[in-house]
Structure formats: structure tokens, C-alpha cells
Write a protein that binds this ligand. Structure first.
Ligand SMILES: [Zn+2]
Length: 199
């Protein structure tokens, strides 16, 4: 299991690049994502959550509904929506109701570069939308209604993991950085938009 990047890490706000090379490195990434998602445990995991800026995610909402998708493009066949609780491994221990499309068709590729598509309803549809958002630097808190969002931001600021250093910054020669253990997240430079408040 690899360390999962937490809310406040800039990599989670950086749009990921399309995959163009379907090599062993990509296969390794899919294996790492799958293993970390299952161990966490979580219903899905996107590459930026492991600090990798590529358009890949894995999902597992049931034994029958699990896999991975590279370079996803989503289509919504109708206007039906669903409301329900949503969470994120990068925002551990917290969840809020989030509105999503009920049906989604995701086109993309598998790790060998073959075109595939996934039809999702209910939880799988929610998961696919959540993970694809990660590839665009979007977090589900961005999609909450304004009141829930305000409450969510307060809970995130007060979470026991808030302000924890991310693995990449810990390993940096500068020993800490703006999200280092001694600097609360709220003091981080505004241009990083640590709470996504400008979105
Ligand atoms: Zn997430």
C-alpha cells in the first residue's frame, strides 16, 4: 500500500495528463492503485492521489464491478440525478451528501491501450464521476451545495490530519515546505488555494 495524498496537496488540484504510452510502468501504476485502493479500503482511487499526474483510475464498488480506466471521457445519457453520501480517501474519515448523475457511460482504454467503455448506475456511476473529477483537479467538496460546503471546509480545517505534510514534501531537501508539520494549512500560500475556496 502506498501513501495517499491528502487534501491540501497541490497534486490533487493539478489536471492530470493523458496517457500515451501503455507500457510496464503504466501496468505497475494500475497494480499500485488497485492494491492501495483495496487496502485503504476505498471504492476508487485516481493516480493523482498517489502523486502521479496521469489520467488513470481504479474502482471497486462490488466484486462484479471493479477494474481500471485510462483516459476516461464521460457521457450522461439522461438528466436523472442521485443524492447520497460521498467520501474520498484524500479527505479521510469525512463524508457529505453530494449530487451526481445517476447514469454514466465512460469511454476510455484499458492499460494495454484497447478501447473499453463502462456503463455505471448508482454507486458505480458516482464512483466514476468522483474519480474522473480527480483527473481534472476537482474534489467532491467542490460539488457540494454552498451550505454543506461551508460546513465541510470547517470540518476539514479541524480534521486531525489537516496540515499534515505530504510524502513528496517530507522527502524534499527543504525539509518541510508550506505544508510542513509546523505550518498549519490555513497559513499556506493563497495561490495554492489549499481549501479550494476559489473554485
Ligand atoms: Zn477521491
Amino acid at each position: 500500500m502506498l501513501p495517499i495524498r491528502l487534501f491540501g496537496d497541490p497534486v490533487l488540484r493539478t489536471p492530470a495528463e493523458p496517457v500515451t504510452v501503455f507500457d510496464r510502468e503504466l501496468h505497475r501504476l494500475v497494480a499500485d492503485l488497485t492494491e492501495t485502493m483495496v487496502d485503504a479500503p476505498g471504492a476508487g482511487l485516481a493516480a493523482p492521489q498517489l502523486g502521479v499526474g496521469l489520467r488513470v483510475f481504479t474502482y471497486r464498488v462490488s466484486d462484479e464491478e471493479q477494474g481500471h480506466l485510462v483516459n476516461p471521457v464521460l457521457h450522461f445519457p439522461d438528466g436523472e440525478m442521485q443524492d447520497g453520501p460521498e467520501g474520498c480517501l484524500s479527505i479521510p474519515g469525512l463524508s457529505w451528501d453530494c449530487r451526481r448523475h445517476e447514469h454514466v457511460v465512460a469511454h476510455g482504454q484499458n492499460m494495454y491501450g484497447d478501447p473499453i467503455s463502462i456503463e455505471g448506475t448508482s454507486r458505480l456511476a458516482r464512483c466514476i464521476q468522483h474519480e474522473t473529477d480527480h483527473l481534472d483537479g476537482v474534489l467532491f467538496v467542490d460539488r457540494l451545495d454552498p451550505e454543506t460546503r461551508r460546513a465541510a471546509m470547517a470540518e476539514i480545517r479541524n480534521a486531525d490530519w489537516a496540515g499534515l505534510s505530504t510524502p513528496m514534501i517530507k522527502a524534499s531537501p527543504h525539509g518541510g515546505g508550506p505544508y510542513g508539520p509546523n505550518v498549519p494549512m490555513r497559513n499556506a500560500p493563497a495561490e495554492n488555494d489549499p481549501f479550494g475556496l476559489r473554485r
